[in-house]
Design a protein around this ligand. Structure first.
Ligand code: SAM
Ligand code: SF4
Ligand code: F3S
Length: 435
């Protein structure tokens, strides 16, 4: 029979959707009287929330499971739960008998009833009084992820997400508005709406509704300080969204706009549903609405059939768009996806070289891009204050540091204005203007 002070540790690999799922597990563990451990070694109840997007992420979870397997030999009472997008893949690996509970991605705002049953079987009860003191709980949350649409129907040929997260399913508007309201009442200041493709939100609802309409409704809550959303698919991105972003000054002016590639042949083989020219046109819309907006992207190098010329087209697109940040990754063949069956796989060495070229190019561009903020006054969401220094993020999602005044110190979650006087290590530096 476990005692009430069982310590838990959750390792989250993967995207924001997984972070959201982990927060659901965490709430349940706390409701069952468990307390957070600072490391996995200290914990007797471990959840590994896994990602399948690349082989590297699966291997990361496999190593973590291997380490816990070894610990379990000496201490069999340790409980290991493997959940998330790669759980099926991991169940086939060698340490699978160390796993006490296995479950895929949640795609819901609740943990599965299976998990509650598992906790009960292990002797945990939800009415046990939480035995931790307030100092052991998490610091007050400033930001909250709120999923608006689960799954993905795009089936880009390289991507495993539709297989592990299932079909698109929009949450009802009222449920989202209720979550937003509740989070704000709990003291949350920033809401981040989540979906693999937020622009597809609402197509499956009756009556249907556009993502921009949902964003408008969420924005009408006067208690929101900062409103963010991820991810926009370039195929469905439209001007009505830009209109709503312009209407509400709480909405961030950073567009995460994954291009994946700059070559039309490859884009077609990826089944992205746009050409480089169409993508560039949408970039010009964003720039015409918000000249200072940040535009960030994801790029895959070494997709099957990527010639030197095709890769050069990606570099040329990067020079044209001048992204503020790029998440670059080497193509990783995923089991069950269409691209894994394609010919002309690019060698790992060539892919790695291309990734290095891409990242070097991006570093140069990002550094120059930051100069646009010099001598500008930025609206800043305060993240931390320590000693004499404050750190925040601008509405263009750039990190910014500023010295704190001796009195009337801004608090995390406050909005301040900072005049930028230099850039150091990709971080803006400036002075508080008024607060
Ligand atoms: N839904 C978003 C979109 O459409 O751009 C992205 C979701 S995916 C979870 C995050 C990123 O992982 C993708 O943008 C892509 O660049 C990368 N990715 C997905 N499958 C990959 C693969 N097989 N190999 C390498 N990178 C991959
Ligand atoms: Fe994957 Fe494409 Fe769906 Fe994004 S839109 S999750 S890249 S299938
Ligand atoms: Fe996210 Fe990885 Fe799953 S990127 S949706 S956790 S496969």
């Amino acid at each position: 029979m476990p005692f009430t002070k069982t310590k838990y540790f959750i390792q989250t690999i993967g995207c924001q959707m997984n972070s959201y799922d982990s927060s659901l597990y965490e709430d349940i563990l706390q409701q069952h009287g468990m307390i957070p451990a600072s490391t996995s070694q200290e914990a007797d109840f471990i959840i590994i929330n896994t990602c399948a997007v690349r082989d590297k992420s699966v291997q990361k979870a496999a190593s973590a499971i291997g380490r816990i397997h070894h610990r379990k030999v000496k201490k069999p009472s340790i409980l290991l739960c493997v959940v998330g997008c790669a759980s099926d893949l991991l169940a086939k690996l060698s340490h699978h008998n160390a796993i006490d509970y296995l479950h895929g991605a949640l795609n819901s705002t609740q943990v599965d009833s299976d998990f509650l049953l598992f906790l009960k079987e292990q002797g945990f009860s939800s009415d046990s009084t939480p035995s931790f003191t307030p100092t052991q709980t998490h610091p007050k949350e400033l930001s909250k992820y709120i999923p608006i649409i689960f799954g993905c129907d795009s089936f880009c040929t390289y991507c495993i997400v539709p297989y592990v997260r299932g079909r698109e399913k929009s949450r009802p508007v009222n449920a989202i508005l209720r979550d937003v309201e509740q989070s704000l009442q709990e003291g949350v200041k920033e809401i981040i709406l989540l979906g693999q493709n937020v622009n597809c939100y609402g197509k499956d609802l009756h009556p249907s509704i556009l993502f921009s309409e949902l964003l408008d409704q969420v924005s009408s809550n006067p208690d929101i300080q900062r409103l963010d959303f991820l991810t926009s698919h370039p195929r469905e991105f439209n001007k009505d969204l830009l209109e709503i972003v312009r209407r509400h000054n709480t909405i961030v002016k950073r567009f995460h706009f994954p291009v994946q590639h700059g070559d039309n042949e490859i884009l077609k083989k990826m089944k992205r549903g746009y050409t480089a020219e169409e993508y560039l046109e949408k970039i010009s819309w964003i720039r015409s609405y918000f000249p200072h907006a940040s535009i960030t992207t994801d790029v895959i190098v070494g997709f099957p059939g990527e010639t030197t010329l095709a890769f050069d087209n990606t570099l040329a697109l990067m020079e044209q768009v001048r992204f503020d940040s790029v998440f670059g990754a080497v193509y990783s063949p995923r089991p069950g996806t269409k691209a894994a069956t394609f010919d002309n796989h690019v060698s790992p060495m060539i892919s790695k070289d291309r990734l290095n070229i891409l990242l070097t190019t991006q570093k140069r561009i990002a550094k120059t891009n930051l100069q646009r903020f010099l001598h500008q006054t930025c609206k800043v969401f305060v993240l931390h204050t320590s000693g004499q220094k404050g750190i925040g993020k601008t509405w263009e999602d750039r990190l910014i540091q500023f010295p704190l005044p001796s009195t009337s110190i801004p608090q995390p979650g406050d909005i301040v204005h900072v005049s930028v006087d230099c850039v150091q290590n990709f971080t803006l530096q400036g002075q508080l203007v008024h607060f």
